[in-house]
Design a protein around this ligand. Sequence first.
Ligand code: PEP
Length: 247
Amino acid sequence: MKKLIAGNWKMNASLAGNETLVNELRAGIGAPACDVAICVPSPYFQQVQGLLAGQDTIVMGSQNVSSHESGAYTGDVSATMLKEFGIRYAIVGHSERRLHQAESDTHVAIKAERALEAGITPIVCVGETLREREEGMTEFIVKRQLAAVIHLVGHCISEIVVAYEPVWAIGTGKTATPEQAQEVHGVLRTQLRAATEHADKIRLLYGGSMNAGNAAALLAQPDIDGGLIGGASLKAADFLAIIAAAQ
Ligand code: PEP
């Protein structure tokens, strides 16, 4: 299947920096073998939409979406608002939000449902902490997190993207080995197969300190269908090298 490389800029952006980064990506991307998205902070949607105009190789995603449709939810951004700015993907359940905003599995699943209703592909993040891994809980944790989404959006589960992001590997420079990542991706694929006959078409991304040096080995694993890239998506050369590795 065609791989997906998605950049997660997190809370790193500025008008001037975005312009440089997007222009460098546009200049260097050529005709990649994979799909490419950049998930940008919401104040910059309109700017980045303009910077991406006239091409459809790089599409834009958001890093979050409200679990509500509209109304008195101060600070929230709805899926229909995202849609108005051409957003194609929405990250939901990133471990930073599960941790800092206390997002529960159910809350994350509702967000995935809101995105799907608006025609936006949710990138559902799952992953264990270091302590959970050391306690042998990895499989239990990721299956529980994914089960909440399957339970709520089971009818269109084949339209989601899943990102396995071991929390201990995010922003730490520690990457799961290709074997460690594949093992968990295999578990997730099996879980999805039990939910839908289209499980083999669902893209399972790996995220956690993926970079130009380790991307090829990770992306060569049979159940790794792309990457969710944090730090390395902020430098055009690094992000382009990962895109080139995604054959
Ligand atoms: C992420 O935040 O989704 C991520 C994978 O970050 P990093 O690549 O910096 O570890």
